[in-house]
Design a binder for this molecule. Structure first.
Ligand code: AMP
Ligand code: ZN
Length: 458
């Protein structure tokens, strides 16, 4: 089966054909670095990482651009309220620039912990202010802007196609917002450039033809996608919350400036929920990667957990589900480790089956289920292992480098295990069985690999 991906633009599965043969231009909306990212954010980044891996397994080279939002994302996700960065600065007592650096560094660290491949280009909004100003000038030239006392706005009524991605009910939105419009002409109009108010004493502000201020949130993605990937590229991703506002406005800006809907495919990762509510950094226990580590989990267990749900379904997080993921992952790791050295070739039939699952809109849950089928199959261990290592190019669970933690094995257990290994190698089965019984009595079980054994606690 050739690769098929669900495109939010058409609301359908489409066969994926790159615009340039052999290459994919991919833009994914990155983190807003006013605080740590929560594991919900990482569910989206993990989905995008899975997509990249599947594209590569289909023989495509991926040029991946991700932005860092370090200015302009207002607390409301719209055009009101404080800039998240300036708010973060007040909360922590650090400068807006310092918190951007701190949380960007933490984000990069988390990517490593979760085994997420680094983007080809990671670009900051604040490093691309002239590009954003030039982009707004282009939109202005085409006649889509107006100026209020608050900033430069996009007049969405002038754009016939506005809101198609989100299938927005423009008339309904307009009717609902009539009283709150202020100087905005239409409910869906959005800021391209906001003026600094002297009382705000902003730390991040720049001169622009319309007045000193800062860019609206959406313009950074249109401008950086344009700079690094051109007017029209293959795939644009983000979380499902971006469909109706952020991506709708990115498309609107790019269509106004360049007559292109920016990207050929629009893909969205569905939310991670907690207790039926959206995750929030301000509410209760802050679910960050470090919290998982502090509680004794391997961050890769969270990666595994995300593989068990399709990216187009919401997933409710619970510690019990993470426990189950950690146990399943550990079993799989141990099992693969005990298979010994991998053969030179994976099993072609299983790999073809695996690719069919992945190419069916990234069906990772079914691809993962195939792992157990391979493990239980009667293939020789070396071929099994080569096949599972091939699968791991998509999973990113790090099977090849994983080693059982043997530091925790008590000395007396180790002595019995070594004796049993020696008895087994000397084909003294009776003694080997006796020693296995001794190990069980000590609360351990021993699995024999080709060249080594592994011990697990019962
Ligand atoms: P932000 O840091 O808010 O700019 O978000 C970074 C990415 O995480 C975006 O693609 C969001 O759509 C996504 N995101 C935010 N909250 C969640 C969540 N609860 N589950 C999955 N993805 C999310
Ligand atoms: Zn974006």
């Amino acid at each position: 089966m050739s690769l098929h991906l669900y495109d939010t633009w058409t609301r359908s599965l489409r066969e994926f054909t790159p615009l340039q043969p052999g290459e994919v231009g991919l833009y994914t909306c990155g983190p807003t670095v006013y605080d740590y990212q929560h594991i919900g954010n990482y569910r989206t980044f993990l989905f995008e990482d899975g997509l990249k891996r599947v594209l590569r397994l289909n023989g495509l080279k991926v040029n991946h651009v991700m932005n860092i939002t370090d200015v302009g994302h207002l607390v409301s996700d719209g055009d009101d309220g404080e800039d998240k960065m300036e708010k973060g600065s007040r909360r922590t007592g650090k400068t807006a620039w310092d918190i951007a650096a701190l949380y960007t560094e933490s984000f990069v660290g988390d990517l490593k912990l979760l085994g997420i491949d680094f983007p080809t280009t990671l670009c900051k909004a604040t490093d691309n202010i002239p590009e954003q100003i030039a982009f707004i000038e282009e939109i202005e030239k085409k006649g889509y802007t107006y100026i209020t006392s608050d900033g430069v706005y996009f007049d969405t009524a002038k754009q016939q196609s506005y809101g198609y991605l989100g299938r927005l009910d423009i008339k309904g939105l307009q009717a609902g917002a009539r009283v709150d419009l202020g100087e905005k002409r239409n409910a869906t109009d959005y800021a391209l450039w906001k003026f600094s108010k002297p009382e705000d004493k902003r730390q991040m502000e720049w001169d622009a033809p319309w007045g000193r201020g800062f860019p609206g949130w959406h313009i950074e993605c249109s401008a950086m996608a344009h700079k690094y990937l051109g007017e029209y590229f293959d795939i644009h991703c983000g979380g499902e919350d971006h469909i109706t506002v952020h991506h709708t406005n990115e498309i609107s800006q790019s269509e106004a400036a360049y007559g292109s809907r920016l990207s050929n495919y629009w893909m969205h990762g569905y939310f991670l929920l907690t207790n039926d509510a959206k995750m929030s950094k301000s509410a209760g226990e802050f679910l960050r990667v470090q919290l998982l580590i502090d509680k004794g989990y391997d961050p890769i267990a969270y990666r595994y957990l995300c593989l068990t749900a399709h990216y187009r379904t919401q997933m409710t997080f619970s510690w019990e589900s993470l426990d189950a993921a950690q146990i399943a992952l550990d079993r799989l790791r141990l099992n693969i480790h005990s298979m010994g050295a991998p053969g030179s070739q994976p099993n072609a039939e299983y790999v073809a089956k695996f690719m069919d699952k992945l190419n069916d809109d990234l069906n990772f849950p079914q691809a993962l289920a195939l792992t157990f089928e391979v493990s239980k199959s009667d293939l020789p261990n070396a071929e099994k292992k080569a096949t599972l290592l091939k699968f791991d190019e998509a999973f990113g669970l790090g099977f090849a480098s994983w080693q059982p933690k043997e530091v925790d094995v008590p000395e007396n257990v180790r002595t019995v295990a070594d004796a049993r290994w020696a008895a087994r190698n000397a084909k003294d089965w009776a003694e080997a069985d006796r020693l296995r019984g001794e190990l069980t009595a000590l609360g351990w079980t021993m699995k024999d690999g080709k060249d080594a054994y592994t011990l697990t606690k019962l």
